[in-house]
Design a protein around this ligand. Structure first.
Ligand SMILES: O=C(O)c1ccc(O)c(O)c1
Ligand SMILES: [Mg+2]
Length: 619
């Protein structure tokens, strides 16, 4: 399938947009009229620019308020169309989008609309132009693709087809099955856009909140699959009106667009039972290790924190300044090297979580899928005697190492000499990892995880921080083997924004370890003297009121300094936070009993407490 994108999707001037689009691998583009009008070159100049970039112009759009007009507006509409046909000749495109009429003058006269398109078809045929008629969801009389299909059938002209835009169909909840009634040969063009489920007017929703397929809540792969099944073989083109995209990097959005469209086409092929072109999304079986980039001095200060949490120094790398700290199923790797990736990461961001090691069934398959999705591979000479672990570039330039089950055992055994034996495991595993990212990259990081791995997006939450609102979305494997939360905020002073700005970019801000005995863990931290985040006293009476807790249970929670939550089914969740290390990252300990969330109701309490630790001058 030819992949295309509308110039309206990305930021910049027309030349910048086209460069970003071509740079992301696209070979086809829709020219959105305002981008052309605002450009200081002729349509021929733009045609040359597209040719130089290897881009074919597959659509010119939009042409508005055409059909069903009374005279003299009708004659004016045909005159306007002729002028646009002239322009299309110069631009070198043979396809135009006519969107349904929104004018208050438009008449609900089907006969007239059919006649108008029949006439337009004749005029288009003389120029070798094909017209795609699109039902805008808010069109005055025509706002449903089923109406457009009815009209296109009645017009029955080879130069008049239907243009389908997933947003307009799905925002109105028009059944996808209705696409099966359309003759694929009469589909002039297809535009794809997703959107989050929002309760607002259709026009405002469409013009500000569209997003790339996979970033929202619409069934875009099913929609695409239905069109392919109907026999459509033309370009699949992204048309995203999104305020954030308009304000962020054109290159980032264009690359994400390529990734999104590639994944969507693959999903659609699979839905239709066609042979897959890419390996399937991989199930993340678990986190094999988490790597920290530290100076020697930072490492010395982190070590007591890890010891207090129950970790033991179980391995020392034989030829690198790298240590393994272990407990239960958790491996923490402390990298103090003075060259290489971790060192560079630390120089840029400060003490950091610089890499995750994920366990998957088939590393090669993940690498192949990643390559098709244009996710960058990372290779570094592991040095003599060390095993190379394949890696991908992930959030904020951190790395995602990929290992197969048992695949890391050889590395632990061969490259690390034993130091201490592991102690009793108070913490058993990694419950979740939390990333803080720039608000402009919030959707991008979601797409990264959901396009590559077999994970599900959870409902987005707005979390209140004393410095602003934080958007938070968890992305989880169905069996709980992997959970990551992505947090972003437009407010400059929220915890997540401060992390991103002070640390020069997105990254992992906290790790939540799982325990089966959170009261035991709290007791141990107390005995070890590890400072934990203080819970404000008002929290506990509120908890008691909300959940009807007995005095004794409440006293235990309060005594241990725990946060607590229950879901509607009564599943329970306990949380405990460490203080942050160098204001860069912190640890959480959680215990969950069939509870699937992340304690969202506790997050504002936690963020308020953390904001009290701010230095009023430095932070
Ligand atoms: O918002 C609009 O006006 C508009 C214009 C052209 C399109 O293809 C579309 O889907 C929406
Ligand atoms: Mg459209």
């Amino acid at each position: 399938m030819l992949k295309s994108i509308a110039t309206v999707c990305v930021s910049g001037t027309l030349d910048q947009k086209l460069a970003a689009i071509a740079g992301a691998g696209f070979r086809a583009v829709e020219i959105f009229e305002p981008d052309l009008i605002g450009y200081p070159g002729t349509p021929r100049d733009v045609a040359r620019m597209m040719a130089d970039l290897g881009l074919a112009c597959v659509l010119y759009q939009p042409f508005r308020d055409f059909e069903g007009m009374p005279e003299p507006l009708r004659a004016r509409a045909f005159d306007r169309a002729e002028r646009k046909f002239d322009l299309m000749g110069e631009l070198g495109t043979d396809r135009i989008l006519v969107c349904s009429n929104c004018s208050p003058h438009a008449l609900p006269d089907r006969g007239r609309i059919v006649a108008d398109f029949a006439e337009l078809g004749e005029r288009a045929a003389k120029r070798g132009i094909v017209v795609g008629y699109e039902a805008l969801a808010w069109g005055r009389h025509i706002n449903d693709h089923r109406q457009v299909w009815d009209i296109v059938k009645a017009v029955d002209h080879p130069n008049i087809g239907i243009l389908l835009d997933s947003f307009h169909s799905l925002s109105r909840a028009i059944p996808i099955e209705s696409l099966a009634d359309i003759d694929g040969g009469k589909i002039a063009f297809v535009q794809l856009a997703d959107a989050p489920r929002l309760d607002m007017g259709l026009l405002y929703w469409s013009r500000h909140f569209r997003c790339l397929p996979g970033q929202g809540d619409m069934r875009i792969a099913d929609y695409t699959a239905a069109l392919l099944k109907a026999g459509y073989r033309g370009p699949l083109s992204l048309e995203i009106f999104n305020d954030r995209f308009r304000a962020s990097s054109s290159s980032l959005v264009a690359h994400d667009a390529w990734r999104s469209l590639t994944a969507t086409i693959e999903d659609a092929r699979r839905i239709n039972g066609e042979a897959p072109a890419l390996p399937a999304r991989a199930h993340i079986r678990g986190t094999e290790f988490i790597e920290f980039a530290l100076s020697d001095e930072e490492s010395e200060r982190l070590v007591p924190m890890l010891r207090a949490l129950g970790f033991r120094h179980t391995g020392r790398h034989r030829n690198k300044a790298v240590d393994r700290w272990q407990q239960g199923g958790v491996n923490l790797v402390l990298n103090r090297e003075h060259h290489g990736f971790a060192h560079s990461y630390r120089l840029t961001h400060g003490a950091s979580i610089c890499a995750l090691g994920l366990r998957v069934e088939d590393v090669t398959a993940v690498l192949d899928r990643a390559a098709s999705l244009d996710i960058a591979r990372f290779d570094q000479d592991p040095g003599p005697g060390n095993l190379a672990i394949p890696a991908l570039r992930g959030v904020g330039g951190s790395l995602l190492y990929l290992v197969e089950d048992g695949g890391a055992d050889a590395i632990w055994a061969q490259e690390f000499e034993p130091v201490e034996a592991p102690g009793p495991a108070l913490l058993q595993g990694i419950d979740h990892i939390a990333a803080s990212v720039d608000v402009d990259e919030y959707l991008s990081w979601q797409l990264f995880w959901t396009s590559l791995f077999e994970v599900e997006k959870q409902e987005e939450l707005d979390i209140l921080d004393p410095g602003g609102v934080v958007q938070s979305r968890a992305i989880t494997a169905a069996d709980g083997s992997f959970r990551v939360t992505i947090n972003a905020s437009g407010g400059r002073n929220t915890l997540s924004s401060r992390f991103v700005h002070h640390g020069f970019g997105a990254g992992f801000q906290h790790i939540a370890f799982s325990t089966a005995d959170i009261f035991g863990a709290a007791g141990q931290l107390g005995r070890e003297g590890l400072p934990v985040m203080e819970v404000p006293p008002n929290y506990y009476p509120d908890l008691a009121a909300r959940f009807g807790l007995e005095e004794e249970a409440l006293a235990a929670l309060c005594g241990a300094g725990l946060l607590y939550d229950e879901d509607e089914a009564g599943h329970r969740y306990w949380q405990l936070y460490s203080r942050a290390f160098d204001k860069r990252f912190f640890f959480e300990i959680v215990q969950r009993q069939d509870y699937r969330g992340f304690g969202a109701s506790n997050a504002p309490v936690r963020l308020a407490a953390q904001s009290r630790y701010r230095d009023p001058v430095l932070d």
